[in-house]
Design a protein around this ligand. Sequence first.
Ligand code: GDP
Ligand code: MG
Length: 436
Amino acid sequence: MNFATSIQNAIKKFMGKTVVDEESVNELVKEIQKALITADVNVKQVFELSKKIKEQSLSKEMLKGISVRQHVIKVIYDELASILGDSYTPRLDRHKVMLVGLYGSGKTTTSAKLAYFYLKKGLNPYLISVDNDRPAAKEQLKQLSEKIHSQFCTSEGSCVDIIKGCSHGAAKSDVVIVDTAGRNAFDSDLAKELKDTYDEFRPDEVFLVVSADIGQVAGKHARAFKEAVPITGVIVTKMDGSGKAGGALTAVAETGTKLAFIGVGEKTDNLEVYNSERFVSKLLGMPDFQSLMEQMKEIEKNINVEESQEFDLDTFYTQMKAAKSAGSVGSMLGNMLGQMNVDKNMAENVDEMMAKFEVMISAMTKKERKDPELVRKSSSRVARIAKGSGTSEKDVRNLINQFMKSKDIYSKFSKDRGFRNKISKLLKGGGNVFGM
Ligand code: GDP
Ligand code: MG
């Protein structure tokens, strides 16, 4: 599972929770940690991030008008954005840019995209190819520069010779962009070539071009490149075709530099200035933060409606949990559990049981939660839920049976006002137990 998917799953699970408390936040943070560490992100950075998410999620200082659930997602959103660095502001003064990266990462395409970007900003770009490695490389950039009407320069000879040969023309333009050769894997030969080019060219910006689809290896490459030349920013290409944005995250974390641009297609205008908000939205699988907030409001509305209207699996779970957190519920809860016919072992391990219920319920669709009969009637649903929650089919059937029994008791109790009042009092502070 790649980085974006694991984070998205963790968030989906979290958003589906009826109760947001320390435990559910911890669980979410744990899953985010796992995802970040799998993506090679610096462990220290992961723990700092986790600490901040926990502290801020559970702090009382929330934005006005948003719920706890939204608040938690917003904290994660902000913290991820801060790990990726601030949004990039492109230089619009006269400056020199050098692009480095592996074969096929998109250097040549990106060189042309950048030239086009600056051209549109009113600057006069100048493209130089020092790629002596592939015979067609110079021709590729030449053709691209013709397409966008940018100046282009190259020559035979070493990288240093090419830069020298092009320096006269370069001096007359605003932005000079050097496209370098790549390798399948970084080696000392390339390192020397890049160092020599850097020393001769003296660029203001050195962009490492990383393809989003290389995933976690990006960190290793970033480190190697950074030893050769001082990387000032990362350009992640092929964001359009890959969900593996974790690689980019790693590259940035590893180099300690900022994301600068994002490539989102093969065309010359498929280049975006890196904007942390937009990028994290993609990472989290949300189109943008605003619509995420709206999406969550919708979810919450549904949850509230479900709770107040009928007794479904979510209600069942919330109430079990409320009953548990009420603490000394004593014999009354004992009685209820007895009536629910909860297996003695299970009742003794309420924690364990709740945890199991929770994962099983998270593995269900919304429809199934509302109508657990669907699950009871379908062995393929039972099998899917068991698999999705890492429990057994017996566990799933057991949950459904417990639910059915509780539902009976619920309807009986909800007609008996005296009993309802008693329980309400008993569980005061523990939540709206059994819908009363
Ligand atoms: P280089 O070897 O690093 O110079 O890589 P190229 O610039 O030649 O690009 C390699 C391939 O990736 C080409 O087919 C490009 O069209 C493609 N490519 C580059 N950037 C992007 C991008 O942002 N999105 C997509 N879909 N393809 C890209
Ligand atoms: Mg190239």
